[in-house]
Design a protein around this ligand. Structure first.
Ligand SMILES: Cc1cc2nc3c(=O)[nH]c(=O)nc-3n(C[C@H](O)[C@H](O)[C@H](O)COP(=O)(O)OP(=O)(O)OC[C@H]3O[C@@H](n4cnc5c(N)ncnc54)[C@H](O)[C@@H]3O)c2cc1C
Length: 352
């Protein structure tokens, strides 16, 4: 059983920044995310896009913002349960919570912060006969590249025209024995530099490109052996060990929708006048996953909500103890890793 002060569900920017704000208050955090890596929408949907409305950054790539958040929270040593979906929640008589994932991992926490964004991302699947058979038990259809080593020395067919399809084709061209990228248009939707890289690898013979083309079927009795591809009016067959359709992800609120929380339009209602608590005491909802009058689904709003929520958890866990707000410029930061980052400047006016 993993034990922590605040269990955060969702490793998007809101969940990650919660670790920092909680750390300032000496509260330990553990994060669960259904995806194999932290970053939420930023990593999964637009890692290379610049964001222009993060205070203090005239422009920052989404992937870099996630890297910076990870660097900032390192000192507070958060735990991570990645690649697992928070499925069940139980409130104990003493007010603690037990959250169990789809893989049976149990987490005990004094407070739960749902930072689940738009929910669990589910892969968009191509409509192909028998695809369900090949999805199971390592029979050859994969929707995520969770561990690239799995594809070492294998023949891979990737389908899709966005960043994921391009980036994984590039990456796996150094891992797999053969990479074929199939896209139904000649133009790709992904970042220009990724398209250029794929074209370069094609000219070096490291990636086979089939456009416009569409995978229309499979063969292989026990596991996948080849895919059939429609190319204009012709058909071709490409031998492969794995077929990886990367057509994007659709978000769904998922199991959290059954936790007895008040839901409105696929989002969790919270008390925004105070602390972003839900209708169940001790369960908070912050970031894109919540709703209240005037709600804006923006990263900076998630950061603000996380900050106020942590203060509320601190007050609940330390009844009767008055918390005095301290600027980090004055107090510095005591990391849980033993590091002490000294305050660089004293502010003129003490707030105490
Ligand atoms: C293309 C695009 C561009 C954008 N540009 C901007 C911009 O310029 N500025 C801006 O401020 N915002 C922008 N946004 C919005 C911004 O990305 C979101 O506001 C932000 O990601 C919300 O962060 P979050 O941490 O609340 O949720 P998310 O980033 O959605 O992360 C939630 C995480 O929770 C996980 N999760 C959900 N349910 C469970 C569960 N039951 N168990 C385990 N894990 C779970 C998900 O897997 C996900 O990783 C953009 C969004 C998109 C799609």
């Amino acid at each position: 059983m993993i034990e922590t002060d605040i269990l955060i569900i969702g490793a998007g920017p809101t969940g990650l920044f919660t670790v920092f704000e909680a750390g300032l208050l000496k509260l330990k955090c553990h994060i669960i995310d259904g995806l194999p890596q932290p970053g939420g929408q930023l990593t999964e949907l637009y890692p290379k896009k610049p964001i222009f409305d993060i205070p203090g950054y005239p422009s920052v790539n989404a992937g870099d913002l996630v890297d910076n958040l990870m660097e900032q929270i390192k000192q507070f040593q958060p735990g991570f349960t990645l690649n697992e979906v928070a499925e069940k929640i139980q409130k104990l008589d003493d007010g603690n919570f037990i959250v169990t994932t789809n893989k049976g991992t149990e987490h005990k926490a004094k407070a739960v912060a749902i930072a689940g964004g738009l929910g669990i991302f589910e892969p968009r699947k191509p409509v192909l006969k028998d695809i369900e058979f090949y999805e199971q038990d390592d029979r050859g259809v994969e929707y995520f590249v969770k561990d690239p080593e799995k594809f070492r020395g294998k023949k891979i067919v990737i389908s899709g025209g966005g960043d994921s399809a391009l980036d994984w084709s590039v990456f796996l061209s150094n891992v797999a024995s053969e990479v074929t990228l199939v896209h139904r248009r000649n133009e790709f939707r992904g970042a220009l530099d990724s398209v250029e890289k794929v074209q370069e690898l094609k000219s070096q013979g490291k990636i086979k490109l089939i456009t416009p083309g569409e995978v229309i079927g499979f063969s292989g009795s026990e596991r996948i052996h080849s895919v059939d591809i429609q190319v204009g009016t012709a058909r071709t067959t490409v031998e492969c060990d794995y077929f990886i359709p990367l057509f994007g992800l659709t978000p769904k609120l998922g199991p959290i929708a059954n936790w007895g929380l008040e839901i409105e339009k696929n989002a969790i209602k919270v008390n925004n006048a105070l602390d972003y608590q839900t209708n169940i005491e001790g369960i908070y909802a912050i970031g894109d996953v919540n709703t209240y009058p005037g709600k804006l689904k923006l990263i900076l709003c998630g950061f603000h909500e996380a900050t106020l929520m942590c203060q509320s958890v601190y007050n609940k866990l330390n009844p009767g103890r008055k918390y005095v707000l301290k600027y980090t410029t004055v107090s510095g930061i005591d990391g849980f890793d033993g590091s002490r980052k000294e305050a660089e400047k004293a502010v003129v006016k003490s707030i105490e």
